[in-house]
Design a protein around this ligand. Structure first.
Ligand code: EAX
Length: 325
């Protein structure tokens, strides 16, 4: 009798296991324009580890680094279309999709990292994120690209007068282009994937990016001069498609948001450590670094662009961000 019961239990168990299919695993394609060990890569890998933990492996990320899926604008279009699941991008091209983000691209808007992080994590930054769903996108969290500095192959830039006449690659971002026009440079908008070769061949004289990007894309091997002018703080974003996000259960949405919060800490930590470690790496490669500039002179040089910024964004709105303590 006992054996029969055991047998029966075994069969039921077997059936039971068959009746409960293993939870399907969803693999999400995520792309960015830097390396796996960059400030974006550490965000993606930390985010993945936290999601796998929080969803018992029902979701995991498939990484596409170094612009393998295209430039940031192209990847945003793909996420909007649903042919790519997620993108980590600077705000550079985002303003072409969600115009409300453009205000955070204004040069000299943020005093330092603490100020920028406080604004983006606070009501002003969170309010901007609410504008994404209307455009078919969901910004899961603000992230960080870092303060942007100018590199070039022509001359050491000690003041805005040295920028005059240089062909400087910018992102596809009219706010940034306006600032470089005001300085007398020739702003050349370009997909990040083309920047290294453009520097190498001299198609452009220079470009501007945070230290983590200069390191990750090895731009210091094709740019002789670096000036730590920090003309603009470059936020980044972790973005997915609205239809994917709406399909998640409330519990999974919370899991993704909590995972993103932990990943953001790793992203910001990497930015700060790159800024310290990067100097020696670049000096060893022979890069001539101007470590401090007359900020007031650079701010004066972009004053004419501020006339347009005040008109476009409202002087009070710009001041509100600048006044966050
Ligand atoms: O987001 O395009 C750029 O200069 C960005 O800073 C880079 O792709 C990282």
């Amino acid at each position: 009798m006992k054996a029969t019961r055991l047998m029966a239990a075994g069969v039921l168990m077997g059936l039971g296991v068959m009746a409960m299919p293993a939870q399907a695993e969803t693999v999400l394609k995520i792309g960015w324009t830097n390396a796996i060990d960059s400030h974006y890569g550490v965000m993606a890998t930390t985010f993945n580890d936290e999601i796998v933990k929080r969803t018992d492996g029902r979701y995991k990320l498939q990484y596409f680094t170094m612009g393998a899926l295209g430039g940031e604008r192209e990847m945003l279009e793909a996420v909007q279309l649903g042919t790519q699941d997620m993108v980590i991008t600077s705000t550079g091209p985002v303003g072409n999709f969600v115009p409300d983000t453009r205000i955070v691209d204004i040069p000299y808007l943020f005093r330092d990292y603490d100020h920028a992080r406080k604004v983006l994590d606070g009501p002003i930054g969170q309010e901007i994120l609410t504008k994404f769903p209307a455009k078919g996108l969901v910004a899961i969290t603000w992230m960080e690209n870092g303060f942007r500095h100018i590199t070039n192959s022509k001359r050491s830039i000690k003041g805005p007068e040295d920028v005059k006449g240089l062909k400087i690659r910018t992102m596809e971002n009219k706010v940034h282009m306006k600032a470089f026009e005001a300085m007398g440079a020739l702003p050349t908008p370009m997909n990040m994937n083309d920047v290294f070769t453009a520097c190498q061949t001299g198609t452009i004289d220079g470009q501007e990016n945070p230290i983590p990007v200069i390191l990750s894309n090895k731009l210091y091997t094709v740019q002789k001069y670096l000036t730590l002018d920090g003309h603009v703080y470059s936020p980044a974003l972790l973005i997915t498609g609205k239809s994917f996000w709406d399909g998640l259960s409330a519990a999974d949405k919370t899991a993704f948001q909590e995972a993103a919060k932990i990943a953001l800490v790793a992203n910001r930590k990497k930015v700060n450590s790159d800024e310290v470690d990067g100097m020696d790496i670049m000096r060893k490669e022979g890069v001539e670094i101007v470590t401090s500039v007359d900020n007031a002179a650079f701010q004066k040089a972009v004053a004419s662009a501020y006339v347009d910024y005040n008109k476009e964004f409202g002087e009070a709105n710009i001041k509100k961000i600048m006044d966050v303590k």
